[in-house]
Write a protein that binds this ligand. Structure first.
Ligand code: NDP
Length: 522
């Protein structure tokens, strides 16, 4: 088993590995809950990334030759490895993110374990050869095939909020499809990816099929220059840069970006359930989840009771340094500049007339970085907390007159990642769900669509391009090839070929008219 010590002692590339350039200073990884430096990792430059890519390309054909069954065997071993080493992986995630044991276990370990099994089982089904039938007369009698082939080398660039789920998680289908993968984790949280690389090696993944390129944004940019496809998760701002770089090279790109997810609470909702969900899915992972509830619209008759319930629940949350299962509810703010964004959004709201019913301040405990779980009311769309991604433990709640106003405000956003509607009338809930411009909507639930890997997960509007999960979540890592096979016993020449003869051409034109022109149309 790989230990944290092994992960921490990742070596800097030598001058020869680094294109002759002297090694750059490493990147220090901080535990956000304590302020301690827990490791230092290499900061790879473009030459080092190119060297990784060359190795990955050399290894890919051998991995593709394993076939779906061979690759599934390794992925299933990795699933077992993850369960056997869950304590170690959780400890590593917690040490670099400052999140709670539960946030690391429920939303990261359980996701990756499920994903290993899901892609091992379904890769062949989604990517296997398909026999196709056509109504086109010109291909009658021929064998038509759709074949998916791995793209070759996939670059995955990930954010800091879920180092296992959102950085490493996207590598699993890319590997299952037969590609080599280079993962560039966030410079803030590289340790989990390095540990997973150790784990995959122990499970028999051939050398160089999966590699980790630690570094900063520059390393990510260098990776885009080397790969055949880029899977990016992160902010909309960086996502645009990634899309531009991919466009220059004409390589496919899949983008999972920011969100400002609305929750709508109708007056007939089960308010106890709605309040529990609003509290949990806004504060879980300290609000640092792309699909966390970021704003709530409540119909007037339910507003006071809902606000009272949520405020009480949020005030009771325990914030602080995680120390094993059940120790705290809300962990640290992982990314230092995020704290300023959260403070800015709360201050801006208060300056414009919002009231704070819970929290409202940063909280320094030891050397750690925390923000009190916060409830804001009397908010509107002039305030940043209602229009910009806060990505922290804050919940602004706005009163609306009816469902139409709620839908209009929910859609009044550049983002469209996920959303939720709470009502006892599930038919009405579904109708409202269909009117929200978002990649996902849950009725009487939140975020849980992410756990169903059969469903696509991707954002509308500025929340992304493409999706993860489902058939599309693995087909994006493959190119399509159409294969048409004409049987051995075929005509020497087809009737539509040279030389054109009036009689044959008129006959064929008549056949097209017969096939496509009969009958009346409206
Ligand atoms: P960033 O966009 O800042 O960074 C994402 C990754 O891109 C990091 O690894 C970063 O490296 C790297 N990067 C930075 N600049 C470049 C560049 N020019 N070219 C290539 N790569 C680059 O996002 P955060 O890490 O701050 O993550 C938070 C964001 O991610 C939030 O907006 C959140 O909503 C979104 N997100 C979306 C999800 C979804 O599924 N839609 C899921 C999870 C998060 P480095 O960190 O070293 O600078």
């Amino acid at each position: 088993m790989a230990s944290v010590e092994q992960v921490q002692s990742v070596e800097q590339p030598s001058a020869s590995e680094n294109g002759g350039a002297p090694a750059r200073p490493g990147i220090e990884v901080e535990n956000p809950a304590t302020g301690e430096i827990v490791a230092t990792v290499p900061d790879l430059d473009a030459d080092a990334v190119a060297a990784l890519a060359a190795r990955a390309r050399a290894a890919q054909p051998g991995w593709e030759a394993y076939g779906f069954d061979g690759r599934a065997r390794i992925l299933l071993r990795a699933q077992k490895w993850l369960m056997d080493n869950a304590d170690q992986v959780v400890q590593t995630i917690v040490s670099e993110t400052g999140k709670t044991f539960e946030d690391a276990t429920f939303a990261e370990i359980s996701y990756a374990a499920n994903a290993f099994g899901f892609w091992a089982k379904h890769a062949g089904e989604y990517l296997g050869d398909e026999r196709v039938k056509s109504s086109q007369l010109l291909v009658k009698g021929k064998k038509l095939m759709l074949r998916y082939r791995p793209l070759g080398l996939i670059g995955v660039i990930g954010p800091w909020n879920y180092p296992l789920t959102n950085s490493f998680g996207d590598c699993i289908p890319a590997l299952a499809a037969g590609n080599s993968v280079i993962l560039k984790p966030s410079e803030i949280t590289p340790l989990t990816s390095l540990l997973m690389a150790e784990g995959l090696r122990e499970c028999g993944l051939p050398d160089d099929v999966f590699q980790v390129a630690t570094g900063r944004g520059e390393t990510g940019a260098a990776l885009i220059d080397e790969v055949d496809m880029i899977m990016f998760t992160g902010s909309t701002r960086t996502g645009r840069k990634v899309a531009e770089a991919a466009a220059k090279r004409l390589i496919p790109v899949s983008l999972e970006l920011g969100g400002k997810d609305p929750m709508i609470v109708l007056s007939d909702a089960d308010l106890e359930r709605a309040a529990n969900f609003a509290t949990y899915y806004s504060m879980q992972n300290a609000g640092q989840t792309c699909i966390s509830i970021e704003r709530v619209y409540v119909e007037e008759p339910a507003y006071d009771e809902f606000v009272a319930k949520v405020s009480e629940k949020v005030r009771s949350l325990r914030v602080g340094k995680p120390d094993g299962p059940g120790s705290v509810d809300v962990g640290a703010i992982t990314f230092p500049p995020q704290l300023q964004t959260i403070e800015d959004h709360v201050t801006d709201a208060v300056d414009k007339g919002a009231r704070v019913l819970a929290g409202g301040h940063a909280s320094k405990q030891g050397g750690g970085r925390f923000y009190e779980p916060t409830v804001l009311v009397d908010v509107d769309h002039t305030m940043k907390c209602m229009t910009e991604e806060t990505f922290g433990p804050t919940l602004p709640i706005m009163k609306v007159s009816d469902a139409d106003e709620a839908v209009r405000l929910a859609n009044d956003s550049p983002y469209g990642l996920a959303s939720s509607v709470f009502t006892r009338d599930t038919d009405r809930g579904e109708q409202i769900a269909r009117r929200i411009d978002a990649g996902a909507t849950t009725v009487n639930d939140a975020m849980i669509n992410y756990a169903a890997l059969e469903l696509p997960m991707g954002g509308a509007k500025a929340s992304g391009l493409g999706s993860r999960h489902g058939a599309g979540g693995i087909r994006k890592y493959a190119s399509q090839q159409a294969i048409v096979i004409t049987p051995r016993l075929a005509l020497k020449k087809e009737p539509h070929m040279f030389p054109y003869k009036g009689r044959t051409s008129r006959l064929l034109a008549g056949v097209f008219k017969f096939l496509y022109g009969r009958g009346r149309r409206d």
